[in-house]
Design a protein around this ligand. Structure first.
Ligand SMILES: [Zn+2]
Length: 112
């Protein structure tokens, strides 16, 4: 996988965790999840974000705002964001390790 893409996938996972902790904070604290844990998570997130090409980052931010999820897996040649068919020739082009987006919805695609 493209290293930039790998970072974006990890970043999205991490931001999902942070969001979860922030919305269910009290509940998680009861489970032993401390405030310090959240801060650690956020600084790890910032470290990751710093490694992303700014061009990809602004793209990622815009998509996250619009859809909630910016990076989606392709399953059975379908974009799991909008369920558009991803043509086979597009798939092989992607193996040239580039960050690709769905031509239909614009989400960043990865092949799990
Ligand atoms: Zn799509």
């Amino acid at each position: 996988m493209n290293p930039q893409l790998q970072i974006l996938v990890a970043l999205q996972d991490m931001e999902g965790m942070i969001k979860e902790v922030e919305t269910q904070g009290e509940e998680l604290e009861g489970m032993g999840f401390t405030h310090g844990g959240i801060e650690n998570l956020k600084s790890a997130r910032d470290d990751l974000a710093a490694k992303v090409d700014p061009r990809h980052m602004s793209w990622y931010r815009r998509l996250t705002e619009k859809f909630g999820h910016a990076v989606v897996p392709v399953v059975n040649n379908l974009c799991t964001g909008c369920f558009a068919n991803i043509p086979a020739q597009f798939v092989s082009k992607t193996n040239a390790s580039r960050v690709q987006k769905c031509e239909s919805c614009g989400r960043i695609l990865y092949w799990p």
